[in-house]
Design a protein around this ligand. Structure first.
Ligand code: UD1
Ligand code: MG
Length: 462
């Protein structure tokens, strides 16, 4: 394929995403169901854009506004910096009808790449090869096909004894002989637009729902002397079309394996890929080790030489180099380098911890800044606090940040020592180098270097 697609206004990319997705049994439009932490449509959009087409069109219909909003929100992350053309399919009467509604968009181009928004595993390599093969073979349409051990549910490719593609037979109408064919239609096509427009006019309505199948166009094109070609995928798993939750889970598993392989090949040790889950945008630095039963979600970014897991859930977490996180949850928070968290810690949003800090067993931290070398080792709740460097927080210490109406701040200056089981009633400030005796309930600020004891004296009665 030459890079400018044979001159100006030459390649249009069309994504079909208007279908109801009935088999998902969902109130969410099918193409917005997530795979690898992103809507399925994200991957199709990114792929369409990677072809460097002259324009991208998306057919929307069912829940059109929700789909449009999602597309606009993720376009930039897909690398798309220009307007996407939305085409409204008034009634969801099949993929053929969806393309018919797109004629005003398509007729501006010589070639059209058409793909389905429910195939998140398609690879750029195959799509590129499809467009290139279409260019080389000078036919009217080229299909991306695959040979599957279990072709159930897909349109089957009927070939002549000489191997020419004759037509596609959908599962619902195929004879048992046709349905035994293992080569299937991926739903990605490259069309010569002129013949596509002619063929579209002739697709008839089929079945009780009076649907127009795009796949019927092959026979119509051939009847007019057109040439139909196929490019057979080298990676059959990529053609998976998600029509049900069962297929959604298969797509998720394959996507996860691909994402983990990418991490492993970049120098990350993943001890148990089967129990490790990562989203598409997750980054992990070289020589980090991910232990079993760990879930890395959203835009989580882990530095180099870290140890994460077992049993960790990280979402939008940013972890510096050489950190250790064991059996813990971190959501929308940052650890700076050489910080240790866990076991059984819950680090909640807007917390920034470290460097070289230690958040220990059974500790919850929320919207707090915890400084260099500070230790909160056991059974604490730290909320809305600013704790400077080299502070030691004793076991069971609680910041009492909520008075039932509002949240208040606790500030602890550097090198302070807070004994075990202290209640810090916010707003309150503990000075630099100050000490708070174990068991104190602190309601007033403690000056620098002072000792505060705020507990009842022991009485011994006999
Ligand atoms: C379709 C193909 C089938 C192929 C399979 C690959 C047809 C008739 N069949 O079947 O040959 O093997 O994909 O996964 O095309 N859509 C609309 N408007 C509609 C109906 C569908 O935009 O009115 C869109 C859907 O959002 C979806 C795509 O077209 O992205 C395919 O529709 P779907 O219902 O998933 O077709 P399949 O039964 O999977
Ligand atoms: Mg489908």
């Amino acid at each position: 394929m030459n890079s400018n697609h044979k001159g100006a206004k030459s390649l249009g990319a069309l994504i079909l995403a208007a279908g109801e997705g009935t088999r998902m049994e969902s109130s969410i439009p099918k193409v917005l169901h997530h795979v690898g932490g992103r809507p399925m449509l994200f991957y199709t959009l990114r792929l369409a854009n990677a072809l460097k087409p002259n324009a991208i069109g998306i057919v929307v219909g069912h829940e059109a506004e929700a789909v449009k909003a999602a597309v606009n929100a993720m376009a930039k992350d897909c690398g798309i910096n220009r307007p996407i053309q939305f085409i409204h399919q008034k009634k969801q009467t099949g993929s053929g009808n969806a393309v018919m509604e797109s004629v005003p968009f398509l007729k501006k181009f010589k070639t059209a790449a058409v793909m389905c928004g429910d195939s998140p595993l398609l690879t750029y390599e195959s799509l590129y090869a499809l467009v290139q093969s279409h260019d080389d073979q000078k036919g009217q349409v080229t299909l991306l096909t695959a040979k599957l051990a279990n072709p159930k549910g897909y349109g089957r490719i009927v070939r002549s004894p000489l191997g020419e593609v004759q037509r596609i037979v959908e599962e619902s109408v195929g004879s048992s002989k046709e349905l035994s064919i293992t080569e299937i239609n991926s739903g990605a096509y490259c069309f010569e637009v002129e013949s596509l427009l002619t063929g579209l006019k002739e697709i008839g309505a089929k079945g009780p729902k009076k649907e127009h199948f795009l796949t019927d166009i092959l026979e119509l094109m051939r009847a007019k002397g057109g040439k139909v070609n196929a490019y057979v995928s080298q990676i059959p798993e990529e053609v998976l079309g998600v029509n049900s939750r069962v297929q959604l889970s298969t797509a998720e598993r394959i996507m996860n394996r691909r994402l983990l392989e990418r991490l492993m090949l970049s120098g990350v040790t993943v001890l148990d890929p089967a129990s490790t889950h990562v989203d598409a945008d997750v980054e992990v630095g070289q020589d980090s080790v991910i232990y079993p039963s760990t879930i890395l979600r959203g835009k989580t970014k882990i530095g180099k030489l870290c140890q994460v897991g077992p049993f960790c859930y990280l979402e939008d977490a940013v972890i510096g180099n050489e950190c250790e996180v064991r059996i813990s949850q971190i959501i929308n928070a940052r650890l700076l380098e050489k910080t240790l968290v866990g076991p059984f810690s819950n680090i909640r949003p807007e917390s920034v911890i470290g460097p070289r800090a230690k958040i220990g067993n059974f500790t919850e931290v929320k919207a707090s800044r915890i400084g260099f070398g500070t230790k909160v080792n056991h059974l604490s709740y730290i909320g809305d606090a600013e704790i400077k460097e080299d502070v030691n927080i004793g076991a069971g210490t609680i910041t009492c940040n909520y008075d039932g109406k509002a949240k208040h701040k606790t500030t602890i200056e550097a090198k302070a020592f807070i004994g075990s089981n202290v209640n810090l009633i916010a707003p309150v400030k503990i000075g630099r180098g100050a000490k708070v005796a174990a068991g104190s309930t602190v309601t007033e600020d403690v000056p620098d270097e002072a000792l505060a004891i705020a507990r009842a004296r022991q009485v011994i009665k006999q």
